[in-house]
Every structure is written in structure tokens, then in C-alpha cells.
Design a protein. Structure first.
Ligand code: ADP
Ligand code: ZN
Length: 686
């Protein structure tokens, strides 16, 4: 046997643990954090791997260990805090360590020849602007946070338009002055030029932006700019966390409540939680910001784990918009109103109440802008045969097809398309009817009601890439667009001076989703959407307006949102969650069982549940673990895969983690053709 040292290497393969390799005699010693190439499997196959350290355990004498092939000298050695973070991610989210480690490297090799183009924002130095005078609330918050140089978590809870972004800019300025770098995470959708320009006007070309629309080359170049210190502020979506830039002095997570911080595939990490852990390992402050903090974060603030910094008013005492709730039931039931409506409002489509209609007219007359929001795309959600009751469903997914323009029926999950037939394909007699509403229908109806006004639509059908979103934003900024219709795409972080009226066409859409966070999501959406209205009204001017149409005016999310009462909402919702031991009181872990044959999926789900039950009954430390299910997932079939789920609830993340690992065991009991996917702290329960 060789005397050479042995190394633990996290190889880029679906293996739960690191592998042990020998050091070839002609290679010098390695260090933890280095990238190497190692042989893997049969033949001459090789793959990348991250050195985790010397292997200290005894390897059986007869084990034939392969040797590390070479060191990849092009890449920097990952720092100790960063490697610890990678290990934490793999362990906490139960995901192969080598796969996690690979996320720390750029997609392509370093480009040696000088670069011609660089899409990162470069602002001529004369356009660099000096910061505005801070408001008292802003100054207090910046002073408090900048006292901290080591790990400490801060929640900046400020109403929409209170100037949170300005706080981030000031904090980053201090970080840069100390010769350090900073990371700012934002939800992908708000990573618009509007935001990047705002940072660039302050920090010039020190900014690097990493988002999903970069080419591999651009992403690689940005990565090296950060690694080699040419840029020192990284703004990006959640994946930006994986860029191992040196000397990080602060991490900021804007809109920390955003569900899109959770990755829904592969490594199912939560960008915010991962950011807090990274800050902990790096030992730097972390700042989370929101007008509607997630209940997880809010509870941490209440428990004193996060320091709370509150901003109660908008910048320059701009008023918050007034929120009017219109009860759609009254519109239907009141005889009197119906009489009136018949004469005066006979031209209105069913989704538009006289209240909202008149406010739109008034706003347009003042040359201001209107945004109407509906979280449904297309023309109608349901195609039904009145003769036999047949509804058109996607053949791959357990979901109704949505009607779009030109009689296209589309599945919003797998993109299956078909043409709407006139007659029911089932009974061959009934004429198919469309029921429901969507953004396309609103757009069509508005065009008829307000001829001569420019109406634009922002949803995933209309806006498919960044440049389309950028065009839309600039047309909103210049005032070219009069009415914007959109899905939640337009609820996020946008700042349009002339936007004075926000209408929520049907607030009820989100109320009844089979998700314990449905009420929280509705509150967030209503508040964030309202936050787009009247952001620039001057003191004394009429505040912006918000009109919410609903069949459930007494819904908690609406009552509290109307009063702008996040704290009241949170305390109400926290007590409901506590009763059921749902997060943030308890912890959740989900198993999804999927496969192409329903009976196999179902029996695998039962097998899994049986294993979980017996584990629970065998070990006292699992006594308090609750097992929910197995049950068909709300989306019982998706892209041709049948889906079951099993949820486990507990009080401690660590005990759920070991419970899940033990339930899975060595996995050789899993029937072939079945995949079981673990989701720690699941957000998407569909
Ligand atoms: P938030 O992120 O809290 O919604 P923003 O940071 O976008 O709020 O600020 C709202 C608006 O107020 C922006 O147009 C911003 O430029 C402006 N603003 C922020 N701070 C100040 C300040 N101290 N003085 C003047 N304007 C400010
Ligand atoms: Zn489908």
C-alpha cells in the first residue's frame, strides 16, 4: 500500500458522501478548498471534485484507491467559511455535496484575451450621483446597523417607499470604504435595469450583476471580475450567493419574503436562509429587508434573533395610498344598484365594477397611470361542455387548460397546446363554453372601453425575457403606457412616478390555494401591489389609490392590508400557525414521490409512509414527529408524472433531517421507476 496521504473529495456526481482518493506520488500536497480532477467510475472517465480535507479514517488495506489526477490551478482555493457553507448546504438540504460544490464555479473557462464587450452597467463618472440627505428613520437604521462588523442579523422592516434601497446603498458605501465587498440578493424579477442603474449611479463600475439572462461567457467574466477584485459589489438573484468573492463585509437580501428565493429543483435551497448561514460562516452582518416580512423572519425578530429596524413612513412624508375594498357580492345582489348599473354601466364587462371604472376614468383624465392586477393569465381558465359537463384538461397534468387568444388552449404547467374545438370532443354535441377570466381578457375589454389609450400587458405570455420587461418599464417611466394589465410580475419592486391607481381585479384568486401560506401570500401581494401606487405624490397632494375587488371582503389578509397593519396581521397569523405547529412554529420537510405509473407511485408512497411510521414508533426522539399523508399532491399529475407527497412536521430541523435520512435509508427499497425527492422547508406544496 502506498504511504501517500488520502484525501476526501466532493466529486461532481450524485453521491451522498465525499469519496476518498490517494495522492499520486508526483503531486504536491493539497489544501481544503482546492478544485481537482479525479477519475470516476470505469474506463478513463474523470470529473471535478473539491478537496474537503485529509482523510483520517482507516481505509481497509485491500481497498484499491484511485489517485487524484491533477490540481485545477486556474481556480482560486475556496475559503474555509465558504467550504463550511457548502458542507452545511449539502447536509441541511440533503443533497450530494459534490453537486453543491460545483455551483461555486463559473460555467466556462477563464477568457484570456482582452474582452470587447461587457454588458455590465458602466456609468460615465460624471453621472455618478451623490446620495440624497437621509431621512431621520433612514439615518437611524444605517447608524445602528453599521455599528456591527461581525455576524449579526438585521431586519429592515419599512413600508413600501420608505427608502430601504437607499439604506442598502449607504451601508454598502461604508463596506466599500473599509476595503471590503458586498453581496445584494434581489428576486430575479426585480433585477431590472431600474435597480441596477440605481446602484451603478452610486458605485459606477464596481457593480457586477449576475442573473439568469446572462450568457455563460458573461457570467464567467462577471465571476472573474469579482474574484479578482475588479468589482466589489455583486447584485444578483439567489444563485449569486455561490460566487466565492473574497472579503465580503455584508450580505443584503431585499424583499426577503419573496417565495422565489426558494429554488424548486435540484438543490432546493432558500436563498435567504442560505444567505444568513453564509454570513454566519463569513462572520459578517446580514441585512434582510421587506415591507411584508415573511413570518419566519418576523418570528426571528420577535424572538430577538434578528435586530428589528423599523421605518414607519414613506420618504418625504408621501402618503400611503388609500385602499378601498369593493364587495363584488353587493354588485350582484343589490337590486337598486343593478337598476342603476343597467343604465349607466351597461357597457361594463362582468369583472369591472362601477367604482373601479370611474376611478380609472378619473386617473386617465388627470394624465396619470393605472395598473390592473390579476394573478391569472389568458382569457379563461375553464372550458366546459354545458351538455355533458366535460372539461378540457391537460393530458399530461391534472389541470384545466387555459384559453388564450386565437382559440389556443394551453397548459400553464407543461406548455401543452391544442386548438379549441367548437363541439365537445366527449359528447360531440354541446358547444364548449369558456368560464373565468385572465389578463388577456382584461386587456381586450379595456381596449374597447378606453379607445385612444395605450394598454400594455405584463405576464409570462407577453413578457418572455429581460429585454421585453425593460421595454415595458421604460414605456411606463416615460408615461407612454396609460393602463398596465398584469400578473404578479408587476407587483414587484417597480417604481413609476405617474402610477396613481392600482386595481386588484379579483383578490380572491389566492385565498383558497391548498397551502398554509395562502393567507400570508395574499397579504403580501395586496400590500406590495398597493405599494406601487402614488410613490411620488408630494406632501399635500392626493395620495395614490388602490381598489380591491373581492367576494370576501372580510378575509383577514384584506382587513389588515387595508389598515396597513402588518404587525396585527403577523400576530394573528402566527397564532394560527402555532396552533397547527406549522412554520414558523414548527418545521416541515416534504417527500415527493413521483413516477409514470399511478399504482406504482401510490404503493411506493405507502411503503415510504410505513417506514416513517415504524421509525417513529421505534425511537423516542421521534415521538413528536408528525407524519401527514401519504396523499395525492394537489397537482396530482404533472408533465406525465403522477405525484404523491408525504409531509413530516416537527419541532427541530436537525431531528427532521435525521428522520428523513433514516426513512430513506440506503434507498434500495425504492421501486424502480420511482423517484423520491426530499424538500426541506418546502414552500411550494402543490
Ligand atoms: P423602498 O425600497 O422602501 O420601497 P425606495 O428605496 O425605492 O423605497 O425609495 C422610494 C423612493 O424614494 C425612491 O424613488 C427613492 O429614490 C426615493 N428616496 C429614498 N430615500 C430618499 C431620501 N432620503 N431623500 C429623497 N428621496 C429618497
Ligand atoms: Zn400540462
Amino acid at each position: 500500500m502506498s504511504e501517500a496521504p488520502l484525501w476526501k473529495v466532493a466529486v461532481d456526481a450524485p453521491l451522498p458522501e465525499a469519496l476518498t482518493y490517494a495522492q499520486a506520488p508526483d503531486l504536491t500536497s493539497f489544501r481544503r478548498g482546492q478544485l481537482v480532477t479525479v477519475p470516476l467510475g470505469k474506463g478513463n472517465r474523470s470529473t471535478k471534485g473539491l478537496i474537503l480535507g485529509r482523510c483520517t479514517s482507516v481505509v481497509p488495506n485491500n481497498a484499491k484507491l484511485k489517485s487524484i489526477l491533477h490540481l485545477d490551478q486556474d481556480y482560486p482555493t475556496l475559503s474555509e467559511p465558504f467550504v463550511k457553507w457548502i458542507e452545511w448546504l449539502s447536509n441541511y438540504y440533503i443533497y450530494p455535496i459534490g453537486r453543491v460544490a460545483q455551483l461555486a464555479y463559473p460555467p466556462l473557462r477563464k477568457q484570456e484575451k482582452p474582452r470587447k464587450s461587457n454588458r455590465s452597467p458602466v456609468i460615465p463618472s460624471e453621472q455618478i450621483e451623490s446620495p440624497p440627505l437621509m431621512t431621520e428613520e433612514q439615518a437611524r437604521c444605517v447608524n445602528a446597523i453599521s455599528q456591527f462588523k461581525n455576524f449579526s442579523s438585521h431586519l429592515v422592516f419599512g413600508v413600501t417607499g420608505s427608502g430601504k434601497t437607499e439604506i442598502y446603498l449607504r451601508l454598502l458605501e461604508k463596506v466599500l470604504n473599509e476595503g471590503k465587498s458586498g453581496v445584494v440578493l434581489v428576486p430575479e424579477i426585480s433585477l431590472t435595469p431600474q435597480l441596477i442603474q440605481r446602484f451603478a449611479r452610486r458605485f459606477g463600475d464596481k457593480i457586477a450583476a449576475i442573473h439568469s439572462q446572462l450568457t455563460d461567457r458573461e457570467r464567467t467574466n462577471q465571476w472573474w471580475d469579482l474574484i479578482e477584485g475588479r468589482k466589489s459589489i455583486l447584485i444578483g438573484a439567489r444563485s449569486a450567493l455561490f460566487c466565492p468573492l473574497p472579503n465580503v463585509g455584508m450580505i443584503i437580501v431585499d424583499e426577503e419574503h419573496e417565495p422565489s428565493y426558494k429554488q424548486d429543483e435540484k438543490l432546493k435551497y432558500h436563498g435567504r436562509d442560505a444567505a444568513v448561514m453564509l454570513a454566519k460562516f463569513i462572520d459578517c452582518p446580514i441585512v434582510l429587508g421587506s415591507a411584508t416580512p415573511s413570518l419566519e423572519t418576523w418570528k426571528n425578530a420577535l424572538d430577538g434573533k434578528y435586530q428589528l429596524h423599523q421605518l414607519k413612513s414613506r420618504v418625504a412624508n408621501r402618503a400611503l395610498p388609500t385602499i378601498t375594498v369593493v364587495d363584488l357580492r353587493d354588485q350582484k345582489s343589490s337590486e337598486e344598484l343593478q337598476q342603476q348599473s343597467k343604465e349607466k354601466y351597461s357597457n361594463l364587462p362582468f369583472w369591472l365594477t362601477p367604482t373601479l371604472y370611474e376611478k380609472i376614468q378619473e386617473t386617465l383624465k388627470n394624465n396619470d397611470q393605472v395598473a390592473l392586477f390579476l394573478n391569472r393569465r389568458g382569457v379563461a381558465q375553464m372550458i366546459i361542455c354545458p351538455a355533458c359537463g366535460h372539461t378540457r384538461e391537460c393530458p399530461n397534468c391534472d389541470i384545466n387548460l387555459t384559453l388564450h387568444a386565437q382559440s389556443h388552449l394551453i397548459c400553464h404547467y407543461c406548455d401543452y397546446h391544442e386548438n379549441l374545438k367548437e363541439h365537445c370532443p366527449d359528447c360531440k354535441e354541446g358547444h364548449l363554453e369558456a368560464i373565468g377570466l385572465g389578463t388577456e381578457l382584461l386587456e381586450k375589454d379595456l381596449a374597447k372601453l378606453f379607445p385612444g389609450h395605450k394598454i400594455s400587458r405584463a405576464d409570462r405570455d407577453e413578457i418572455q425575457n429581460r429585454s421585453e420587461l425593460e421595454t415595458l418599464i421604460s414605456e411606463m417611466e416615460t408615461g407612454e403606457i396609460d393602463i398596465l394589465v398584469g400578473t404578479q410580475m408587476i407587483a414587484k419592486g417597480l417604481d413609476f412616478p405617474k402610477l396613481k391607481l392600482v386595481g386588484l381585479v379579483l383578490a380572491d384568486v389566492g385565498f383558497n390555494l391548498p397551502d398554509f401560506r395562502a393567507t400570508e401570500r395574499s397579504f403580501q401581494l395586496i400590500t406590495q401591489m398597493s405599494g406601487r401606487s402614488g410613490r411620488h405624490v408630494r406632501e399635500g397632494e392626493d395620495p395614490g389609490a388602490v381598489i380591491v375587488q373581492t367576494f370576501n371582503p372580510e378575509h383577514e389578509s384584506l382587513i389588515f392590508a387595508q389598515k396597513n397593519d402588518f404587525i396585527g396581521f403577523a400576530s394573528h397569523e402566527l397564532s394560527t400557525r402555532a396552533q397547527l405547529n406549522y412554520p414558523p412554529s414548527g418545521k416541515l420537510l416534504g417527500f415527493r414521490i413521483q413516477g409514470s405509473k399511478l399504482s406504482n407511485v401510490e404503493s411506493a408512497a405507502r411503503l415510504l409512509s410505513k417506514r416513517a411510521q415504524s421509525l417513529k414508533s421505534q425511537f423516542t426522539q421521534y415521538q413528536r414527529v408528525e407524519i401527514l399523508g401519504p396523499a395525492e399532491a394537489p397537482l396530482a399529475k404533472l408533465r406525465g408524472q403522477f405525484r404523491f407527497h408525504l409531509l413530516i412536521k416537527g419541532n427541530q430541523a436537525s431531528s427532521l433531517n435525521s428522520f428523513a435520512r433514516q426513512t430513506m435509508g440506503d434507498e434500495d427499497w425504492v421501486p424502480s421507476g420511482i423517484r423520491i425527492i426530499i424538500d426541506v422547508d418546502p414552500i411550494n406544496l402543490l
